[in-house]
Design a protein around this ligand. Structure first.
Ligand SMILES: Cc1cc2nc3c(=O)[nH]c(=O)nc-3n(C[C@H](O)[C@H](O)[C@H](O)COP(=O)(O)OP(=O)(O)OC[C@H]3O[C@@H](n4cnc5c(N)ncnc54)[C@H](O)[C@@H]3O)c2cc1C
Length: 586
């Protein structure tokens, strides 16, 4: 049941208190309450997602963030690698979290990513052969909205059919789809077409995009995991309530325990408390989770002293290691008016598409914004590899990605009043730049300082340059010759200096920050959580969300977050059976 007021909660002690009803938090809420004896409270800062049009109509997703009440409305500090520009760093602030606000593309990463997780943690449970089963628990492949024949567009055997989140292929053919496939066939050694756009054993190539859409509407962790569990009497969800910090509930085995949380509905509002008999689980996301840890005195000693926060656990890794996928917009001018730019410019066209969606949940609005995406590697003989180690998780993982959109897709520059465009957005998938999330002050309602230090390493500079060159090779395929006029604006430059300038003036984030509460083996010096996602040095406290990924996987990050959360639920349940005797004194 969903509560808006703390005073209405039936009790103040639960087995588990989950902070954040986002992508990962709702997976846990569902899985932990499958056992009717387990009482769970989820606390979410944002409101309900019900009736929020941009959280429901897939094509309207970019209208939900930034600068809305459904976003945390964060901005990164000026980025040295990007001409000292800042940009918005949206994070969903409503039921479903970023799974209610994201752009719905859905994959899981490379099998190499999970095998690397297993190596980093020393826990084979994170390896791909063990993680693969969670796809089938998580995913429910459903027909595209137009019910077209999908044979050859994905491999059904590699997907779940009875899981929680609806996933489909786009049900709206773009005029450019045939050209994308023809260009891929023509340049098949560099841009091969894949039988499936989201099979972790085989991600290198271009595939039909899969999206978290079912029946023409968004499928989020809220509309799936949470809604499915919401009638259970053992699940309570308190919304519009921001957790301020953890409560130190004493010392156990010589370590501080954190089995309570403090929260309020806003600045200067009364502060209230709840307690967990077993654990507090932080699922507040890559910015929210380190923020709460730091506010609770778990983090770098010197940083906390500067803002006047009493230290409980000195851990320099909290908020450190922030990594994000860099988005490099590459726009080409095209002939004719078959792009979706008209729809974006003309309110009447948009309204008529919206009317169709409202009436039948079909048409362009029923779909995400790209029909093809592809993951690629730099050539093996790139000069960079003479001096720099390959940062990808393995030979099956990617260095960069290309997203094909039939319209102007450039978050840094508004759509010009005339012209039609094709966007081949490049994304740096395996960056080596690392930044941080720090507190600006001890005020829990003050926004944190987010600094991903984008494109500041030699690898990143080289890789983004080569990615831009590669998308230009793709656009130069004969298959595009009657359509593409040429690169638009700063993309026209060909020298290293011109491409670097294009990158610096246009790039920003594709909104996949993670790594700020990174997982590592129990004895590793760096890292925030151990292989079982328990906060190092603490008792009664775990982190389960994107922040535990120690590096960026070869995917948009909702799929990898869902899989981590599914395994985390199994770990928490198993742990409670094994060690519940430890908590008998509570
Ligand atoms: C605009 C945008 C577009 C994206 N596009 C894609 C895409 O197309 N495909 C893809 O795979 N990924 C995409 N992503 C990334 C993906 O959605 C995230 O990586 C993933 O959803 C993160 O899940 P999470 O559980 O870590 O955090 P979230 O889902 O963000 O959940 C965190 C939750 O905690 C709540 N919270 C935070 N702090 C507190 C607090 N103090 N008290 C109470 N509640 C709190 C938040 O409100 C939120 O509900 C996108 C993200 C954004 C923002």
């Amino acid at each position: 049941r969903i509560y808006e007021r703390f005073e209405d909660l039936p009790v103040v002690k639960y087995d588990y208190v989950i902070v954040g009803a986002g992508t990962a938090g709702n997976v846990l809420a569902n899985r932990l309450t499958e056992n009717a004896k387990v009482q769970v409270l989820v606390i979410e800062a944002g409101p309900s997602d019900e009736g929020v049009l941009a959280a429901t109509a897939p094509f309207l997703a970019p209208k939900l963030t930034p600068n809305t009440p459904y976003d945390w409305n964060y901005t990164v500090v000026p980025q040295i690698g990007l001409n000292n520009r800042t940009y918005a760093q949206p994070r969903g602030r409503l039921l479903g979290g970023s799974s209610s606000a994201n752009f719905l593309l859905h994959q899981f990463g490379s099998s190499d990513d999970y095998d690397r997780l297993a190596r980093i943690t020393g826990d084979v449970g994170w390896s791909w052969s063990k993680m693969k089963k969670y796809i089938f628990k998580h995913e429910k492949i459903v027909p595209p909205t137009d019910n077209h024949n999908t044979s050859g567009q994905y491999v059904p055997a590699n997907h779940g059919t009875i899981g929680m989140v609806s996933v489909s292929l786009r049900g709206f053919f773009e005029t450019i789809d045939a050209k994308v496939i023809a260009a891929s066939k023509e340049l098949s050694s560099e841009f091969p077409h894949l039988p499936d756009g989201a099979t972790p054993e085989n991600i290198l190539g271009l595939g039909w995009a899969q999206q978290t859409v079912g029946g023409g509407v968004r499928s989020s962790s809220s509309t799936s995991y949470l809604r499915n569990a919401n009638t259970r009497p053992n699940l309570s969800v308190l919304i519009k309530t921001q957790v301020i910090k953890l409560i130190n509930t004493g010392s156990e085995n010589g370590r501080p325990a954190f089995r309570g949380v403090e929260f309020a509905t806003g600045p200067s509002q009364p502060v209230n408390f709840v307690f967990a008999k077993k654990e507090v689980i932080l699922s507040a996301g890559s910015i929210g989770t380190p923020r709460i840890l730091l506010l609770s005195g778990i983090g770098p000693r010197d940083d906390l002293a500067k803002v006047g926060i009493q230290i409980h656990i000195d851990n320099p890794s909290v908020g450190d290691n922030l990594s994000d996928h860099v988005l490099i917009p590459n726009v080409f001018e095209v002939r004719g008016n078959a792009s979706l730019d008209g729809l974006q410019r003309d309110p009447a066209q948009l309204q008529s598409a919206l009317d169709e969606w409202t009436a039948s949940k079909t048409g362009v609005i029923a779909n995400s914004r790209s029909s093809h995406i592809g993951f690629f590697r730099l050539p093996k003989n790139s000069t960079l590899f003479l001096t720099t180690a390959d940062p990808a998780s393995g030979p099956k993982a990617a260095h960069w990605e290309m997203i094909v959109s039939n319209f102007w897709n450039n978050p840094s520059t508004p759509l010009p009043p005339t012209g039609n465009f094709l966007s081949l957005t490049a994304v740096l998938i395996s960056p080596t730049s690392r930044g941080s999330v720090k507190l600006a002050s001890a005020d829990p309602f003050d926004k944190p300082l987010i600094n991903p230090k984008m494109v500041t390493t030699e690898f990143d500079k080289f890789a983004v340059r080569e990615a831009v060159r590669a998308v230009k090779r793709f656009a130069a395929a004969k298959a595009w010759s009657d359509y593409v006029i040429g690169p638009y604006g700063s993309l026209a430059g060909t020298s290293d200096a011109e491409i670097d300038s294009h990158v610096r003036q246009g790039s920003s984030s594709i909104h996949h920050p993670l790594g700020t509460a990174a997982i590592s083996s129990a004895d590793a010096r760096k890292g925030v959580v151990d292989q079982n996602l328990k906060v190092k040095g603490a008792m009664g406290l775990r982190v389960v969300d994107a922040s535990v990924w120690p590096f960026l996987p070869s995917a948009h990050t909702q799929g990898p977050t869902y899989l981590v959360a599914e395994r985390a639920a199994d770990i928490v349940i198993l742990d409670s059976q094994v060690i519940s005797a430890d908590y008998l004194h509570l």
